[in-house]
Design a protein around this ligand. Structure first.
Ligand code: PAF
Length: 296
């Protein structure tokens, strides 16, 4: 796909220059641009970001690019689901205006190590940073590059990846980019499991038990005001550990801005409980806001 091709009502681009030409025409016509970055294997969570962008922006672009630099595990990269035909179909049904499907050369013309280096302090040290070293460096690198190409007015990201949103917010601040970051609510299955591209890799029995992750987050939210937070972390961790096939990496209750651990409920007005656990061969993350008062 060298040049732009209309994909029925939705445009599909591989080349940054073709996408940019198209977007410039829309900007000139007075449309604002909303951008939804993805790695494909789209589900209702991604489509909700597209809908939010459609509601706020005049033109919505979604990118699909499985970014190699954010995978600290080659096996995880090779197993990442790739469902491009179905993704295009879903995007079109969600009334996305354009999809950007760049190759690795287009995203990283100067090689995988290129791009500015950001310093995230404590934001990329804990939780995902601890268990997936280098992951956020890759996320910041690719989102920075995609923002350079698309130059949107707003970028839409899901709360499920709460730490990722904090990293992208900080990257935007450090790079001085003029883009509004919109964090959209996590979309859940009926049993509470957060929608994720990785869910399709769960075996049937694992999928049936995976709702436990959200139930433990809810348990923390319900008890946070009247039980020590460390006890709740421990209880959730024990409950997840005792479920067959579950191997939790962390349960952390953190400040929603700094991502530092919070010891006492009164310590912060913005508190988030975060979990990462393996369920069989699949690593899942989730979080819920357990307190958000004041300016937060
Ligand atoms: O959340 C994701 O799907 C990816 O981390 C993102 C933001 C598209 C960057 O590759």
């Amino acid at each position: 796909m060298g040049e732009a091709k209309p994909c029925q009502a939705m445009w599909a681009f591989q080349l940054p220059s073709s996408l940019q030409k198209h977007l410039n025409r829309h900007r000139a016509a007075g449309n604002s641009i909303g951008f939804v970055p993805t790695m494909g294997a789209l589900h209702e969570g991604h489509l909700s970001l597209v809908r939010q962008s459609n509601a706020e922006a005049g033109f919505t672009v979604c990118s699909i690019f499985v970014n190699p630099t954010q995978f600290n595990d080659a096996g995880d990269l090779s197993k990442y689901p790739r469902t491009e035909g179905e993704d295009l179909f879903q995007l079109e049904r969600a009334h996305c205006d354009a999809v950007f499907l760049p190759s690795e050369e287009e995203v990283y013309p100067s090689g995988l190590d290129s791009g500015p280096v950001f310093e995230f302090g404590p934001l990329d040290k804990a939780m995902e940073g601890e268990f997936r070293p280098g992951h956020f460096k890759g996320v910041a690198q690719v989102v920075h590059r995609l923002l350079q190409i698309v130059s949107p007015d707003a970028i839409y990201m899901g709360q499920k990846d709460f730490q990722q949103v904090a990293i992208v917010r900080e990257m935007i601040r450090q790079a001085g980019l003029k883009v509004r970051l919109v964090m959209c609510p996590t979309i859940r299955e009926k049993d509470g499991l957060a929608m994720s591209s990785r869910n399709v890799r769960l075996l049937e029995g694992q999928r049936l038990r995976a709702g436990l992750i959200y139930r433990q987050l809810e348990m923390i939210r319900e008890n946070a005001g009247h039980e020590p937070l460390a006890d709740l972390e421990k209880r959730a961790l024990q409950s997840l550990s005792s479920e067959p096939g579950f191997r939790p990496e962390y349960v952390r209750i953190v400040d929603g801005k700094t991502l530092r651990s919070v010891g006492d409920y009164s310590e912060s007005d913005f508190i988030v409980a975060c979990v990462a656990t393996w369920v069989g061969e699949v690593r899942l993350i989730d979080n819920v806001v357990i307190k958000h008062s004041g300016e937060g």
